[in-house]
Design a protein around this ligand. Structure first.
Ligand SMILES: CC/C=C\C/C=C\C/C=C\C/C=C\C/C=C\C/C=C\CCC(=O)SCCNC(=O)CCNC(=O)[C@H](O)C(C)(C)COP(=O)(O)OP(=O)(O)OC[C@H]1O[C@@H](n2cnc3c(N)ncnc32)[C@H](O)[C@@H]1OP(=O)(O)O
Ligand SMILES: CCCCCCCC/C=C\CCCCCCCC(=O)OC[C@@H](O)COP(=O)(O)O
Length: 366
């Protein structure tokens, strides 16, 4: 193990990274709160400010993936569609099997210049997660309770509000509704069987209602659906903790641009269309399992310096006062203060793995 790799695996480094993320995140949440009066004067200006503030938070996580871990992201796509990415609103349909799939999504958003404005249909519980959840409130993220009777109206209303959004955005939809596990897959395939639907090997049965309401609500606003299929080289199952330890992964993303006009308006036909799409996605994963690559040419966008610059800016800003505090702490000579500080750090040490495994996020009660 090289010296740099050894440094990246040190707990002290992780603590410093978390400190910068948490403190900058809370400062940005506070700044977002201060934009509330601006909404009353100019909604579009408030939205543009919030897009930039959100970028300051999400790009820190992207920087961990791109610059700290050096993870590579390869895009397989049609060269004719490539120039449109980032230049239009789109609905992104992505498989949900990896702990860091959202972060790979964010990384592509960053490379195509839509990170600050990107959106997702997220479970309601995530709205209460400090920093990310609070940031999402100001980004007009769409939340669902996974109770169709309620979601039907609220999801539609939230999406309608995005019609006059001032910047291009990608709206991410995990149609599987939950992250893939062998157990969930088994149950899902029983449902498929009972409904007379073809079985899937690499995906859960897609939930069709959210997709239908999204497509209908964003007609005239979004130009296309980006059917996106993600996998990692060497059968790796990457984790946030792995990234933090500086482990380098290699993500492959296959994207097909499907104009929105090609998607049926009728609910039943739209559901059938989505089931067929997932059959195709399954065949792409089969191709990947056999050949180690997706079909089609590679058109990888390079990483940009902005996520690193933003991260260095917040680190410099926040590590200076921390350094001053530590100097004062040590020079105070108070045993009680030093012991209390060590106790706080130990508590943080216990919590960090839980945050990074993401298990605490998935296990929130419904
Ligand atoms: C160029 C580069 C391109 C791309 C780059 C990639 C991406 C970048 C883009 C953007 C990034 C932006 C942000 C990312 C950041 C973070 C994201 C993080 C987290 C979010 C993750 C989540 O929160 S996922 C969970 C929430 N989302 C969803 O659930 C969406 C899918 N769900 C739906 O659509 C649902 O329909 C619903 C939520 C709208 C309503 O749910 P409900 O359960 O009430 O209704 P359903 O119709 O779905 O369910 C009832 C029917 O389902 C049948 N059933 C029962 N059991 C199962 C089962 N196990 N599997 C399948 N189906 C089942 C049941 O029989 C009912 O059937 P009926 O026939 O009676 O309808
Ligand atoms: C600069 C780096 C510092 C990093 C510190 C960041 C710690 C991480 C904090 C917040 C990340 C929040 C990202 C939210 C995305 C979580 C994905 C998720 O939770 O998907 C839920 C989905 O599966 C469905 O779940 P279940 O069906 O309920 O199971």
């Amino acid at each position: 193990m090289g010296l740099l790799q050894l440094l990246k695996s040190q707990f002290l480094c992780h603590l410093i990274i978390c400190y910068v993320f948490l403190v900058s995140g809370l400062i940005i949440n506070l700044l977002q709160l201060c934009t509330l009066p601006v909404w009353l004067v100019s909604k579009q200006l408030a939205r543009r400010i919030n897009i930039r503030l959100a970028y300051c938070i999400s790009s820190q996580m992207v920087a961990i993936l791109e610059w700290w871990s050096g993870t590579e992201c390869t895009l397989y796509t049609d060269p004719k569609s490539y120039p449109l990415y980032g230049k239009e609103n789109a609905i992104v349909v992505l498989n949900h099997a990896f702990e860091i799939d959202f972060l790979c999504g964010w990384t592509f958003c960053e490379r195509f210049g839509v990170l600050g404005s990107s959106k997702v249909l997220a479970k309601k519980q995530l709205a209460y997660v400090p920093i990310i959840g609070w940031m999402w409130y100001f980004l007009e993220i769409v939340f669902c309770k996974r109770k169709w009777e309620e979601d039907r109206r609220t999801v539609n209303e939230s999406l309608e509000k995005l019609r006059d959004y001032p910047e291009n955005f990608w709206f991410l939809l995990y149609c599987e509704g939950t992250r893939f596990t062998p157990k969930k897959h088994q149950v899902s395939m029983q449902v498929a069987e009972s409904k007379g639907l073809s079985k899937l090997k690499y995906h859960l049965l897609p939930r069709t209602k959210g997709f239908w309401v999204t497509v209908q609500s964003l007609r005239g606003t979004a130009a296309a659906v980006y059917d996106s299929t993600l996998n990692f080289r060497n059968n790796e199952m990457p984790t946030l903790l792995g990234l933090l330890n500086g482990k380098k992964y290699h993500a492959d993303l296959y994207v097909r641009r499907i104009p929105l006009e090609l998607i049926p308006e009728d609910e039943k036909e739209c559901a059938e269309w989505l089931h067929k799409l997932y059959q195709e996605k399954d065949s792409f994963q089969e191709h990947y399992a056999k050949t180690g690559r997706f079909p089609g040419p590679i058109m990888s966008p390079p990483r940009r310096p902005w996520s690193l610059i933003n991260w260095l800016f917040w680190s410099c800003l926040l590590l200076y006062p921390l350094g001053l505090l530590l100097t004062q702490l040590i020079s105070s000579g108070s045993v009680f203060t030093i012991v209390a500080s060590v106790a706080v750090c130990s508590a943080a040490a216990d919590l960090t793995p839980q945050i990074f495994t993401g298990s605490s996020l998935d296990d929130w009660p419904d």
